[in-house]
Design a protein around this ligand. Structure first.
Ligand SMILES: NC(=O)c1ccc[n+]([C@@H]2O[C@H](COP(=O)([O-])OP(=O)(O)OC[C@H]3O[C@@H](n4cnc5c(N)ncnc54)[C@H](OP(=O)(O)O)[C@@H]3O)[C@@H](O)[C@H]2O)c1
Length: 363
């Protein structure tokens, strides 16, 4: 049972998050101080568009070598040109695109294998790639795993595991999560998350009426919220794993940190990828409302990316290490759903991820 103070802090954080979604444009812009990231290497997934692109621009402008991990090489190449064009000294900009489909675990393995062969140390690993809804007609499952779960979460889990030996001693692992994480239902077995209603139950009759009205498509909102909460939980457990490592790395103690953040309501191409019909107002009212109001309510992409940039670039000071494993919004720590979970539920989730990614990774 969470304590009263955690419960109060949770609902306060939730209220603040909802306010900042609804009134995003009324808040003053976040101020992120510039750093010298020369000699540091970053990988940003989903960096050809939206928040990932803005994070990549910010890191490259501060001198980092930035690898854009994108599923489409052409879109990645356009992004490389865009980022280089924004750097003050274009001749010194080091921006490289690598193909990676985070929703395909074999692609994740191939990417990590290549990276490991090259042996480049990673200072910033930004897991940003994500989808809010499946494109019409896409299969909801690939190889028995839910597509949203694999794309938004499991690919990052596997990638972090495989790249862990390449993380520098002060590496920051950052996940672009969402305020939607607050509405997630944690269920231990991912494969049972979308069960059909049992015959003869009210749920089955409701499903039949929905089908008659053309509401056949499942709402993607619960799967999205779950995947975003899994990122928050992953940050917490990954930090625990990092902290438990007492071994020395290259003669130096490790001070790795992991964070999840919400960019708030940010204007990006993600909303253009959602099909909203009149039925969506019944099956997925939140997404329908977000897509409809984006133009007037959401903040610009640069603003939405700032907390992610700040987290990726601030954690190199040893003293800030105790802040790892936490959830952030507008450069402020928030109490998350994960803070209310007991130890066993957290560990059960980790075991499910290990099973689904087919790896063993003690936490
Ligand atoms: N915008 C918001 O208000 C908001 C709010 C909360 C959280 N977020 C989160 O922010 C992150 C970035 O989203 P965004 O708003 O910037 O949307 P976006 O512009 O659509 O960016 C998403 C990026 O992820 C990439 N991606 C999707 N599936 C992928 C896959 N299987 N493999 C590799 N890359 C893949 C996309 O590549 P393609 O260009 O090839 O599709 C794109 O580069 C997402 O995780 C999203 O959940 C956004």
């Amino acid at each position: 049972m969470p304590t009263l103070s955690i419960t109060l802090s949770f609902y306060t954080s939730l209220a603040k998050s909802l306010l900042s979604v609804a009134f995003a444009r009324l808040y003053s812009p976040q101020q992120v101080s510039k750093r010298d990231l020369t000699c540091q290497t970053a990988i940003v997934t989903g960096a050809n568009s939206g928040i990932g692109l803005c994070i990549a621009v910010a890191l490259a402008k501060q001198g980092a070598t930035v690898y854009l991990a994108c599923r489409n090489a052409d879109r990645g190449a356009v992004a490389v040109d865009h980022i280089v064009a924004q750097c003050d000294d274009k001749s010194k900009a080091r921006v490289i695109c690598r193909v990676l489909d985070v929703g395909d675990l074999s692609s994740v393995r191939a990417f990590c294998q290549q990276w490991t062969k090259e042996g480049t140390k990673i200072d910033m690993l930004v897991h940003n790639a994500g989808i809010a809804a499946l494109p019409t007609g896409s299969p909801t499952k690939a190889k028995g795993l839910d597509t949203m779960y694999t794309t938004n979460f499991l690919g990052s889990f596997l990638m972090t595991h495989l790249l862990e030996p390449q993380l520098s001693s002060t590496a920051r692992v950052v996940m672009t999560s969402s305020t939607g994480s607050y509405s997630a239902q944690f269920i231990h077995d991912a494969s049972l998350r979308q069960v059909a209603p049992a015959p003869g139950t009210i749920a089955q009759y409701i499903a039949k009426v929905k089908a008659m009205l053309g509401f056949e498509a499942e709402s993607s909102a619960p799967a999205y919220a779950l995947s975003k909460a899994q990122q928050v939980l992953f940050a917490a457990l990954l930090q625990r794993h990092f902290d438990a490592q007492t071994s020395l790395t290259d003669g130096e103690r490790t001070y790795r940190t992991a964070y999840a953040f919400s960019p708030g309501f940010t204007s990006t191409p993600i909303f253009g990828k959602m099909d909203v019909t009149w039925q969506t107002w019944f099956t997925n009212p939140l997404f329908a409302a977000l897509k409809t109001t984006e133009k007037w309510v959401a903040v610009n992409t640069e603003e939405g990316a700032k907390t992610g940039v700040w987290l990726a670039t601030w954690g190199d000071e040893v003293g800030k290490r105790e802040q790892g494993g936490t959830f952030w919004e507008r450069m402020t720590k928030r109490t998350s759903l994960v803070d209310r979970m007991d130890h066993k539920r957290k560990t059960d989730e980790w075991r499910t991820w290990e099973r689904d990614a087919e790896v063993l990774w003690n936490v």
